[in-house]
Design a protein around this ligand. Structure first.
Ligand SMILES: [Zn+2]
Length: 252
């Protein structure tokens, strides 16, 4: 929902028109002014409003983005709550920076990983395919602190293979959401199983959780490993063992 203050609204009159324009017109004008002024902060706010406002023909915007002004207001509240002065020089732009950062870190909420897997290639290859060491970083949904590590994916194709870079993109989309490692592991395995029609899928995630290393028990070296096996990876011990031994061996 877009709310412009009346003061701002009345100050904007489009060229060739006597009355203030509708909200859409206002925002377009504001964006023009923000660009001229070069105010990054202002521009970011206007861009965010524009992206979530219905487009001119009344249909909702396709761009379902993160509500950055709302994050800014919340971050300012947090700074006040911990006893800081959000208006001091060093903190003045912090809310807008954090809002931009969250928009990036949670961008996966607005992307569909199934789309990435919809394109596959016909290929007669019925051996296990393994992609190791896909770096990822995610946000633990319990503390909103990052956890990061590597994803290892294996699957047994059934006539169709997926582009290797698509696997990395799927990991990125799923990790750029509030997450828990266990769920992310299962989501990855289920998605690959459903969308590629593979005979089996194995996923192993290894990650360090900053909510464990910088607070609470402070176990700096701890690595959490999770795995999910589907289809032949679950039912057939030799397929599963082949996957696991390929993960532990070779160049790591
Ligand atoms: Zn946590």
């Amino acid at each position: 929902m877009l709310v412009l203050t009346r003061r701002v609204h009345e100050r904007i009159v489009l060229p060739g028109s006597r009355s203030p324009p509708d909200s859409w017109g206002c925002l377009t004008v504001l964006r023009g002014r923000a660009t001229k002024k070069g105010g990054a902060h202002f521009l970011a706010r206007v861009e965010n409003l524009l992206s979530r406002h219905p487009i001119q023909d009344g249909r909702p915007s396709q761009n379902q983005s993160v509500d950055q002004p709302r994050i800014e207001a919340a971050v300012r509240e947090i700074l006040l709550a911990v006893g800081e002065d959000p208006d001091r020089e060093g903190l003045r732009d912090t809310p807008v920076r954090v809002a931009r950062m969250y928009a990036e870190l949670f961008s996966g909420l607005h992307a569909d990983p199934r789309e990435l897997l919809s394109k596959s290639f016909t290929q007669k290859y019925d051996e296990v395919v393994i992609v190791k060491d896909i770096d990822f970083n995610s946000m633990c949904e319990h503390h909103l602190l990052p956890f990061m590590g590597k994803a290892h994916i294996g699957y047994l194709p059934k006539g169709r293979i997926v582009g290797l870079s698509k696997l990395a993109r799927v990991v990125e989309v799923l990790s750029h959401r509030p997450q828990v490692q266990e769920r992310m592991t299962e989501q990855l395995a289920d998605l690959l199983m459903e969308e590629t029609g593979a005979r089996g899928v194995g996923v192993v995630l290894e990650a360090t959780h900053t909510c464990m290393t910088i607070r609470g028990v402070r176990k700096a070296e701890s690595v959490c490993t999770t795995s999910a096996m589907r289809g032949s990876f679950r039912d057939n011990a030799s397929t599963r063992n082949e996957f696991l031994s390929l993960l532990s061996g070779g160049a790591r």
